[in-house]
Write a protein that binds this ligand. Structure first.
Ligand SMILES: Cc1ncc(COP(=O)(O)O)c(C=O)c1O
Length: 396
């Protein structure tokens, strides 16, 4: 039977990882994979996580299954982290929540839920979007389309084009929005633009599906969710996929959640039974470990404040690398305007250079990035900024 399967081409990003690892250059720089790195290039375990893990080790008394809904304190903690303690939808019990294997699991269970609607749902994705959105949603069977988002010439959002596209949508459409720190472009909606999108969702009845995987790594834990909160306050129904991979550094622990906001508490309970049913039909029971750690952090004041300080420090580091890189570029004889680097948010930036230039950076300077020229800003460090700027000057 399996002789029918021919090997698939290697995943380009995974290929980039092994090419980087095998590169003997002492000055190599990895700007490819989207994980946070410290000044030494390491992806550390946050100290609040280490402390929570010790507490958990001493207190966990069983490894029996938890339910498909996950760790209750995690789910309620994440709801408040994203929507705030004051959320009216939470007070009305209109938001169901389910712990999932990472943000990917949340996106996939959200997609399964949308597949259960009688309407022929279309999910609209920003152009460009995180590459994995497409297989995650498409393999559930959803119809996908895209709305214009990023203007490569300016390095900013083409909001007029996006708005014109949203103006045509209606109740059987779902619009996937990045809550903050847009991946891959780093270009985020301004508050005024979130207001416009909210008005459109309210008036036209399309459903927002917010993917929030970088809360705290842009402008701050509350700032980064202003748009999501605005939507939640104004629309009746929406979906939110959260991830603890970056914000808590829990990548391999696969910790995320799907939040489902509905019109009534009864509908929210019904939606949760469907989300649980979809989980049962796939991975069955929720992973527990990451959920327990995040529960401890969010609900223990000392751990929470330590975590908040850590994530603020991470965000500050990324911001200072952005301004550091821009400064070095501006000191060189480079015609292209890179000032968008400091107006974009989070870990990613599209450099907006050609594939040939990306390959020259890799082959001649051992600077690794995706062919699209998306860089992970956290992969830079204060010592390599001059080197990267010199290399850019040379290939441009
Ligand atoms: C935009 C976006 N959404 C969701 C995720 C999902 O992350 P995970 O499944 O690791 O929690 C990622 C991870 O890179 C992402 O960039």
């Amino acid at each position: 039977m399996f002789d029918q399967l021919n090997a698939l081409p290697a995943d380009p990003l995974l290929g980039l990882i092994s090419a980087f690892q095998n590169d003997p250059s002492p000055t190599k720089v990895d700007l490819g994979v989207g994980v946070y790195r410290d000044e030494t290039g390491h992806t550390p375990i946050m100290s609040a996580i280490k402390k929570a893990a010790k507490i958990h080790l001493d207190t966990e008394s069983s490894k029996t299954y938890i339910s498909p809904v996950g760790v209750p304190g995690f789910v309620s903690g994440v709801k408040k982290l994203v929507l705030s303690e004051q959320s009216a939808a939470l007070a009305d019990n209109r938001v169901a929540g389910l712990q999932t294997p990472g943000g990917c699991g949340a996106l996939r269970i959200g997609a399964e839920l949308l597949m259960r609607m009688k309407d022929d749902v279309t999910v609209w994705l920003s152009d460009p979007t995180w590459a994995n959105h497409i297989p995650l949603l498409k393999s559930a069977g959803l119809k996908l389309a895209s709305y214009p988002y990023f203007d490569k010439k300016t390095g900013a959002i083409d909001f007029e084009a996006m708005d014109t596209s949203l103006a045509k949508l209606g109740p059987s459409d779902v619009v996937l929005l990045h809550g903050c720190c847009h991946n891959p472009t780093g270009a985020d909606l301004s508050y005024e633009q979130w207001q416009r999108v909210t008005e459109r969702a309210v008036n036209q009845g399309f459903i927002p599906f917010v993917d929030i995987a970088y809360q705290g790594l842009g402008d701050g834990l509350n700032e980064d969710v202003k748009g999501v909160r605005l939507l939640s306050e104004n629309v009746e129904e929406m979906l939110i996929a959260t991830s603890c991979s970056k914000s808590f550094g829990l990548y391999r622990e696969r910790t995320g959640s799907l939040l489902i906001q509905t019109k009534t508490a009864v509908q929210s309970n019904a939606a949760l039974t469907h989300a649980q049913d979809a989980a049962r039909a796939s991975y069955s029971m929720s992973p527990a470990y990451g959920g327990y750690l995040v529960d401890l952090i969010l609900n223990t004041p000392a751990l929470r404040s330590e975590w908040e300080q850590e994530i603020n420090t991470m965000a500050r580091r990324v911001k200072s690398l952005r301004s550091g890189l821009l400064e070095k570029i501006q000191q060189r004889d480079i015609d292209k305007d890179f000032s968008f680097i400091t107006s974009q948010k989070g870990m990613f930036t599209y450099l907006g250079i050609t594939k040939e230039q990306v390959h020259r950076l890799r082959d001649e300077y051992a600077i690794y990035m995706a062919d699209s020229s998306r860089i992970n800003v956290a992969g830079l460090n204060t010592h390599c900024l001059d080197y990267v700027a010199d290399a850019l000057e040379s290939v441009l």
